[in-house]
Write a protein that binds this ligand. Structure first.
Ligand SMILES: Cc1cc2nc3c(=O)[nH]c(=O)nc-3n(C[C@H](O)[C@H](O)[C@H](O)COP(=O)(O)OP(=O)(O)OC[C@H]3O[C@@H](n4cnc5c(N)ncnc54)[C@H](O)[C@@H]3O)c2cc1C
Length: 477
């Protein structure tokens, strides 16, 4: 094999896990290649994976556009701003989203060049372990074979479909179709009230759709701190999202106007939901399609995830796997952290990724963000804790913004006062949570945050006040 195609590290997949792993590998002095098969409209490369192309980035672009529209229609008047003939141009909104996505694709192409990473557009698959490393086939515009001393599998995940109701991306939509609806549907059904269902439901409700979310579980946002989930349920219901819990879907069929979903409600009564479009967001499945994992004996678990240890090592020598294709939270920043950690391990360093300090965010309005343990988890573990809460209603900046829904909640160990979890529902929760992540990484106490000077007026003062409230000494509430 030509030595020019031999690399220290070959990464398969250029999502947030893969492209960040490739950059860190190059920074560490490894000759690095990254293979990714994603195609843009013109058939060209579009690195960035699900996150950039049909996930984090386009969803946030549409959330911003739709929030601006809702503000203009419902909140600007409070500021004395009068608008006449407000309208939404969905085609323009989608075009903007596309531009934002492309800026991110182009940014990754630039970073690959800057870091001298060889990028191959096509599908990567395992061939065999040869002399000096793994042989990886690239099936793209031209077939090539790469030789890799180390392989990092970062092939991501795909949306899970309802049994018997495959995605057609016209009326039964995955996240891909949900981010590309050409005009506002009159009625929108969503199956699954997780992060994606709530974010997509919020976008289309703000633009005028009548949205019903069907959720199989009996509790709303069960993984979220119960107090926060209760606030969220109230806020979303007030906004007009219809959330039906405890349903059992019995059939999904084409109807006169789009889709008819038959389900039994929590009481066991048969119901139907007629909707123009149906978004199915019931989770994601690991993607190992076309990787030829079985050819080389790469072990997958019973759910199809690549089996890895705590350090992202697979059962094969010098083959690693990261991100959505392995266990753990399906989050872009978790994939990135694993990518960095794996390359540093290859370089002989000893990095560590702590899932307990991985922040979670739901970019609805109000936003929801948390890190660490929930109150119910601490109770279940029998851990003695103290809780402090502070409502945005009592925060000057939130009042000035006109956005006072929600609260900050800090949970700290009853004895040591170490912060065990922080939960935010309210404006800019996605940004506020960083302070809590830093605090927990440094094993700070709630007193530490309470003693830190926070700018006034700022939303971050709610973090300080909730920390003071742990010791029952909030100042402004
Ligand atoms: C609608 C939506 C919104 C989301 N919002 C957020 C958010 O706000 N924040 C957040 O943290 N997470 C969010 N996520 C989750 C996030 O997108 C994923 O956790 C993240 O993309 C996982 O990164 P990854 O690198 O593991 O895989 P991916 O991003 O899925 O990338 C995998 C890449 O590998 C390529 N590939 C697969 N197999 C091969 C092969 N054999 N050869 C070559 N290439 C291959 C794929 O084409 C793809 O480009 C969202 C997801 C969705 C669907």
């Amino acid at each position: 094999m030509a030595t020019s195609n031999a690399y220290d590290v070959v990464v398969i997949g250029a999502g947030p896990g893969g492209y960040i792993a490739a950059i860190r590998a190059a920074q560490l002095g490894f000759s690095t290649a990254c293979i990714d098969e994603w195609k843009n409209d013109k058939g060209g490369p579009a690195p960035g994976g699900t996150c950039t192309n049909i996930g984090c980035i386009p969803s946030k672009a549409l959330l911003q556009s739709s929030e601006n529209y809702e503000d203009a229609g419902h909140h600007f008047a409070d500021h004395g701003i009068v608008l006449a003939n407000l309208a939404i141009d969905v085609a323009k909104m989608m075009a903007r989203k596309k531009t934002v996505v492309k800026q991110n694709n182009d940014g990754i192409v630039y970073l690959f060049k800057k870091n001298k990473i060889a990028f191959f557009h096509g599908r990567g698959s395992f061939m065999k372990k040869g002399e000096g490393g793994w042989e990886i086939a690239v099936a793209g515009a031209k077939a090539q074979t790469l030789l890799a001393r180390h392989v990092i599998v970062a092939t991501g995940s795909n949306p899970r479909a309802l049994p018997g109701a495959p995605f057609d991306e016209k009326s039964i939509l995955s996240n891909d179709g949900a981010l590309a609806i050409a005009e506002v549907p009159k009625t929108l059904g969503i199956v699954g009230s997780g992060v994606i269902g709530l974010e997509m439901g919020s976008v289309w409700r703000r633009l005028g759709a009548d949205v019903t979310i069907l959720e199989a579980l009996p509790t709303f946002l069960g993984a979220v701190d119960t107090q926060i989930a209760t606030e969220a349920h109230k806020a979303f219901t007030r906004q007009g999202l219809k959330i039906v819990l405890g349903v059992n879907i019995t059939d999904v069929a084409a109807g006169a106007s789009g889709v008819v979903v038959s389900y039994d409600d929590a009481a066991g009564t048969a119901q139907t939901l007629d909707c123009d479009k149906l978004i199915v967001s019931i989770g994601r499945v690991p993607n190992t399609i076309g990787l030829d994992a079985e050819k080389v004996g790469l072990a997958l678990d019973e759910r199809g995830f690549v089996t890895v240890d705590g350090d992202c090592r697979t059962n094969l020598e010098n083959v690693w796997a990261i991100g959505d294709v392995v266990r753990g939270p399906m989050l872009a920043h978790k994939a990135e952290e694993e990518g960095v950690a794996v390359t540093e391990r290859i370089a002989g360093q000893k990095p560590h990724v702590d899932f307990n300090t991985v922040p979670w965010v739901i970019y609805t309005s109000p936003e929801i963000a948390w890190v660490g343990q929930t109150e119910q988890q601490l109770r279940a573990a029998g851990r003695a804790f103290r809780a402090g809460t502070f409502p945005f209603m009592a925060n000057g900046r939130a009042r000035a913004l006109g956005d006072t829904t929600g609260l900050v909640k800090v949970l700290a160990d009853a004895k040591s006062d170490e912060i065990l979890g922080v939960h935010v529902i309210g404006p800019m929760a996605s940004e506020l949570i960083s302070e809590a992540v830093v605090a927990m990484e440094f094993r700070a106490s709630s007193e530490d945050i309470g003693r830190i000077c926070h700018a006034h007026p700022s939303l971050s003062e709610a973090m300080k006040e909730a920390s003071l409230a742990v010791d029952k000494r909030a100042l402004n509430f």
